[in-house]
Design a protein. Structure first.
Length: 165
């Protein structure tokens, strides 16, 4: 398996137009705008799957996250990335549904994200390098928990957008 730092990721401009492809470690070091897929996994009771990221993750290690997903590799579509990430992180295949695109920026991260959802009951097979644990909860429970536990800020922004629409 390729070292994640060496993966070649798609770099885009402020309007999400493809402009380059570079190794992940260069993208992180230079804080380049890249693409990512985010997949919200719901069960049939409309509870969302929240995962605990491993401490070895390059962004937000040990944080809780409301989305499976990750960076879009060079030559890959958002949809291909979403399918790949679901299978890698959670060991599942599911029919994804497009929700919306959005740009997110903080001190360490600049990313165009395409947000999808899917329905899956599990069981899940966690990728040991990425996912330490996970469970279903309501969106309100996740938002309440985010007041006490660290959540990925981009994931929280997605949840807030879902609850405001």
């Amino acid at each position: 398996m390729l070292n994640p730092d060496q993966e070649i990721v798609q770099i885009v401009d402020a309007d999400d137009n493809e402009i380059a492809a570079v190794a992940r470690h260069i993208m992180r070091k230079q804080r380049l705008i890249h693409r990512a897929s985010y997949i919200l996994v719901f069960n049939k009771n409309q509870k969302i799957f929240v995962q605990k990221r491993t401490l070895s993750k390059d962004m937000y290690p040990g944080y809780l996250d409301v989305a499976a997903g990750g960076v879009v590799l060079a030559g890959e579509s958002y949809e291909q990335s979403a399918d790949r990430e679901l299978e890698e992180e959670l060991g599942i295949k599911a029919k994804i549904q497009f929700l919306f695109d959005r740009y997110y920026e903080d001190a360490d991260n600049r990313v165009w994200g395409r947000i999808f959802s899917c329905i899956h009951e599990g069981p899940f097979t966690f990728q040991p390098e990425e996912v330490a644990d996970g469970w279903f909860m309501t969106i309100d429970q996740a938002l309440d928990l985010s007041k006490k536990e660290p959540f990925t800020p981009d994931g929280l922004e997605i949840l807030r957008r879902l609850t405001s629409s």
